[in-house]
Design a binder for this molecule. Structure first.
Ligand code: NAD
Ligand code: LMR
Ligand code: MN
Length: 540
């Protein structure tokens, strides 16, 4: 291929009209671009004007992806300038639409690595080819089985890996040339995809069990071999596999599961922020988690560990938790429990009406939660009756309906404020604009793991941490909670997305310091220098 085309088609190298005349001469680009040389700021302004002419969210995303595909510096410059506006388009909730339509609207692989369970001998080549000589430090991998709350989307799920990585760079500044999105295609049980002639993944049912774990093992081994300093971020795996994978690798390699641990930290941070506002203690709270899957149990575990750190015994701490799933309140004799759910079961003898506790309303009446978190994928499950019942027994109910995307949220923030007369302390999965209620402007915290995983990952990478452990995660949660101004009327329980880059640095430094303090870091740099050294800036 002639040199001009090679450069102009490489998004890591291409500056488009940003190439100076000298560069054009040097690189063999003379005449291959319109004559005018633009600055990055001018290119961004032109792109933003085009963006503003597009109305539909998915079309806006496709436009931004076109820039991502052609000029990654321009993409991140633009993203950095419009972070609040672009987050819901590049990431959740619009990313859900792009995943559902991935095969139909596919144009480019976006540098992802596509691993197939049917070709396990090609795993190493796959990673090597997708990396194309890049020094990979961060992989976001998904098998697409539990995409947000929308279920099994097979290979289409790769978009969540691409999207999560975009947020990493925008928030914590990791060099986009050092990241790799990976799809593990074990098949899909999504009938719609299996019947879709355009579906781009393996057209067979999902493989579980030994062969599945053999694929994961081979992927992990190949990734560690090719990229010895890599962090493996697992995203949107199904409930049956996610914890098994985490438990298998978390003490051996640098890895974490975002849905279990990232979500746990952001919810702990949100609860700490809420308690700063209500001036209450975490040890006085009663936690109800509705939807006890990856996120739900991960959240309960993070809160439970916090109660232990506050000095409660395991027995005392457990008394603060109630898990509710499809079966209702989870008891010791409830059928079909997952191993993770078994950490937080209740005894039927605690209740006079245990057999009636098969739905959320009955459980809320019986246990009077002060913190209620929704990770159930059941839209509208936090009804007016339930929320009013909760609010009748606690001054400032902490309510986080965080199922994604928008259509799956357990409640809308505006309704929660109305039903509790402005008392609810709210966290939502997707961004929500400020809400006026009785003369107060309520800022709504976004309890989405995106506010915290970039800092955690980059902090761990910055000091070459050997593992990511509970202590680092807890300290990350506290670092975020501390950024809230609790005395402002209508204050949010979490810091605003417009300060994402600032608090991602705080989280990164906290995690890096924690790794050093625990003797788990491998660096000679100071924390500040190490985190700064990870930072890539979009500039020519
Ligand atoms: N805001 C965030 O940062 C964040 C992070 C992770 C997950 N989530 C959201 O949480 C939701 C769950 O994700 P996950 O990864 O835990 O999925 P999961 O499949 O592991 O868990 C979902 C749980 O909900 C339960 N459930 C299903 N129907 C129910 C019902 N009628 N009543 C009660 N429980 C029911 C399932 O049995 C399962 O245990 C998704 O919508 C996801 O988008 C949000
Ligand atoms: O992707 C998100 O928006 C958050 C979370 O990881 C989820 O699965 O919903
Ligand atoms: Mn997720």
């Amino acid at each position: 291929m002639p040199q001009a085309a090679t450069i102009l088609n490489n998004p890591y190298l291409n500056k488009g009209t940003g190439f100076t005349y000298e560069e054009r001469k040097e690189l063999g680009l003379v005449g291959a671009l319109p004559p005018r040389v633009q600055t990055l700021a001018e290119q961004a302004e032109q792109a933003y004007q085009q963006f503003q002419r597009i109305e539909d969210g998915l079309d806006q995303r496709l436009f931004l992806m076109k820039i991502f595909d052609t000029n990654r510096t321009l993409f991140y410059y633009l993203f950095g300038q419009h972070i609040v506006e672009f987050m819901p388009i590049v990431y959740d909730p619009v990313i859900a639409e792009s995943i559902e339509q991935y095969s139909e609207i596919y144009t480019r692989p976006q540098d992802a690595a596509f691993i197939s369970i049917d070709r396990m001998d090609e795993i190493e080549d796959t990673l090597r080819n997708a990396a194309s000589g890049r020094d990979i430090r961060l992989i976001v991998v998904t098998d697409g089985e539990g995409i947000l709350g929308i279920g099994d989307w097979g290979v289409n799920g790769v978009d969540i890996s691409v999207g999560k990585l975009m947020v990493y760079t925008a928030a914590a500044g990791i060099d986009p040339a050092q990241v790799l999105a990976v799809s593990l295609d074990a098949g899909t049980n999504n009938e719609q995809l299996l019947a879709d002639p355009l579906y781009l993944g393996n057209r067979h049912e999902r493989v579980y069990g030994d062969r599945y774990y053999e694929m994961v093992d081979k992927f992990v081994a190949a990734a560690e071999k090719l990229f010895p300093q890599v962090l493996l971020h697992f995203e949107d795996f199904g409930r049956a596999n996610a914890s098994n994978i985490l438990n298998k690798y978390q003490d051996k390699i640098l890895t974490f599961n975002d849905d279990i641990q990232g979500t746990g930290i952001i919810c702990l941070a949100g609860v700490l922020g809420a308690l700063n506002i209500s001036k209450q203690k975490i040890t006085d709270q009663t936690f109800l988690t509705f939807g006890a899957g990856n996120a739900g149990v991960g959240i309960a575990k993070m809160m439970y560990d916090e109660l232990l750190r506050e000095g409660l015994t395991p027995e005392e701490a457990k008394q603060h938790f109630y898990l509710v799933d499809k079966q209702g309140l989870l008891f010791e004799d409830t059928p079909d429990l997952t191993p993770e759910q078994k950490q937080f079961l209740r005894k039927r003898s605690e209740f006079a009406n245990a057999d009636e506790l098969t739905n959320l309303e009955a459980v809320v009446k019986a246990v009077h939660p002060t913190v209620m978190i929704g990770t159930s994928k059941q839209p509208g499950a936090f009804t007016e009756v339930i929320v009013k019942e909760m609010a009748a027994h606690t001054e400032r109910p902490i309510i986080f309906p965080i199922s994604n995307p928008t259509k799956l949220a357990e409640a809308k923030a505006a309704d929660l404020l109305k039903w509790t007369d402005g008392k609810a302390l709210i966290g939502t999965g997707i961004p929500v604009a400020p809400i006026e209620y009785k003369g107060v402007t309520y800022e709504i915290g976004q309890a989405n793991n995106a506010l915290v995983y970039p800092g955690v990952g980059v902090g761990a990478l910055a000091v070459n941490a050997k593992v990511i452990n509970e202590k680092m995660l807890a300290q990350a949660a506290h670092a975020l909670g501390g950024i809230v101004d609790p005395d402002q009327p209508g204050a949010a329980v979490l810091p605003p997305v417009e300060r994402l880059t600032e608090f991602s640095t705080t989280v990164a430094e906290t995690v890096a310091q924690s790794a050093i303090d625990q003797g788990l870091a491998q660096t000679d740099l100071t924390v500040h220098d190490a985190v700064q050294a990870m930072k890539w800036e979009p500039k020519y």
